[in-house]
Design a protein around this ligand. Structure first.
Ligand SMILES: [Ca+2]
Length: 96
């Protein structure tokens, strides 16, 4: 399922992984401005590392953008969310 070589990544592109250091289940989320429930991709309370691309994203403890949250700027990478107290905790996210 290769993409055309000319395809450009969407600026809102967000990479999430179920394990630290970009390992485990991987989802490349693009062409959207929110993920209301990571459960739809099997990643509710399972994300352990994240990379943002062209925009900043906010991440939430609960589905539907509820509970505690934290923000990551554009082009940031967190190799292990345990250091931030967020390992296996994120349930939703939106561009912010
Ligand atoms: Ca949660």
């Amino acid at each position: 399922m290769a993409s055309p070589a000319s395809a450009m990544p969407d600026a809102r592109n967000l990479e999430v992984y179920s394990d630290a250091n970009r390992l485990g289940i991987y989802k490349n989320i693009f062409a959207t401005t929110e993920v209301r429930d990571f459960g739809v991709m099997g990643l509710n309370d399972k994300i352990s590392s994240i990379a943002t691309n062209g925009v900043s994203w906010c991440f939430f403890d609960h589905v539907g953008f509820g509970g505690d949250s934290f923000r990551m700027g554009a082009y940031q990478y967190k190799s292990n969310l345990t250091a931030d107290g967020w390992n296996d905790r994120i349930s939703s996210a939106q561009v912010c």
